[in-house]
Design a protein around this ligand. Structure first.
Ligand SMILES: [Zn+2]
Ligand SMILES: [Zn+2]
Length: 335
């Protein structure tokens, strides 16, 4: 959040933040999962922390519109992005993962002031040691004086002569940490879980940032996920489809036996109710839809060809008497 995004980006973020605040349900989604939690509503994820209502205003008007200088909001520690990969089957049950990340903590060697011990620290000449400079800003509401961090000393009010050897003058070092993260059942690929206050340390005792753990769901070649439903296909040979058969079909909880009646058609769909994925933060589960594919022989021996020729001679229109058409069945798969 330290770099200044361009005005249009900022505006979009403010509008989004406003929309979040104006709906308690969305607010809850946002609080739990950040931007990704709002994906269902057509938002694009980006790295913007809502923080509080006052942050929302300061994003628009600058830090010091309301009573200048006193707010410590900007000194809040930065957020951290972490990532975790889970399997689709784990989405069905929810899971727990240890997530490692590097976090900035005050440097022990210099005590966090960034100077090598026993070397001088001067007061910044640009801002006279206050760390802040006034500047005039223009906005759609007119011109006003704004107080910002001094660029010479980055707001610290001090200039270091010999930077600390441990932290190169940053005053903070990166420490490796790991946290156990509960990943809720039904989570979607790309959603983020916010660990409040686990991010980088804030300056001068201010609140630490947050950790956003982005959850990636590994694709599973056996399933296609569509919301909370999963799709699978099952291959039946023409004889299995014609004579009826029982085969194993993969589900999120292991194989299940499925029986197909004689005369099963390609494009038929078997719905396994409640065998899809759980609704995130809700009740119930989606369904699994099993789409039948009938495989046709590609290579025939002389004997097989002869038998099929004979079969064809013995067949008439009644052999293939039509029920529901292929496309009607295909459509029913997506209902
Ligand atoms: Zn140091
Ligand atoms: Zn300064």
């Amino acid at each position: 959040m330290s770099e200044a995004p361009d005005a249009e980006q900022r505006f979009r973020e403010v509008v989004e933040a406003y929309e979040v605040l104006s709906s308690s349900e969305r607010r809850e989604l946002y609080d739990r999962f950040g931007h990704a939690g709002l994906r269902g509503g057509g938002f694009q994820p980006s790295a913007f922390d809502l923080g509080s209502l006052s942050d929302l205003f300061s994003a628009f008007f600058g830090d010091d519109l309301f009573g200048g200088g006193g707010r410590m909001g900007r000194a809040r520690g930065a957020d951290i992005a972490a990532r975790v990969d889970i399997d689709l089957a784990e989405v069905a049950t929810g899971t727990k993962r240890e997530v490692p990340f590097g976090v900035a903590v005050p440097c022990g060697h210099c005590g966090g002031n960034g100077a090598e011990p026993d070397t001088p620290i001067r007061s910044c000449p640009s801002c006279g040691g206050s760390g802040r400079l006034q500047q005039v800003s223009r906005s759609v509401f007119g011109e006003f004086v704004r107080t910002g961090a001094c660029p010479t000393c980055s707001g610290s009010g001090k200039l270091i002569e010999q930077p600390c050897e441990e932290c190169s003058g940053a005053g903070r070092v990166i420490e490796e940490r790991a946290l156990d993260v509960e990943i809720p059942a039904g989570i979607h690929d790309g959603q983020r879980i916010r660990l409040s206050g686990e991010g980088h340390a804030g300056a001068a005792g201010a609140r630490a940032g947050d950790v956003y753990v982005e959850v990636h769901v590994r694709p599973d070649e056996r399933f296609v996920r569509e919301g909370n439903d999963v799709y699978t296909t099952v291959d039946l040979t023409i004889t299995q489809a014609a004579l009826g058969t029982t085969v194993n079909v993969p589900t999120l909880e292991g194989d299940a036996e499925l029986t197909f009646e004689p005369g099963t058609q390609p494009g038929e769909v078997v719905v396994l109710r409640g065998r899809g994925l759980p609704v995130l933060q809700g009740f119930g589960r989606g369904n699994q839809r099993v789409l039948v594919n009938v495989t046709v022989p590609r290579r025939l021996t002389e004997e097989q060809r002869r038998l099929l020729d004979e079969f064809e001679r013995m067949s008439g229109a009644e052999t293939y008497e039509a029920g529901e058409g292929f496309f009607d069945k295909l459509k029913s798969a997506f209902r």
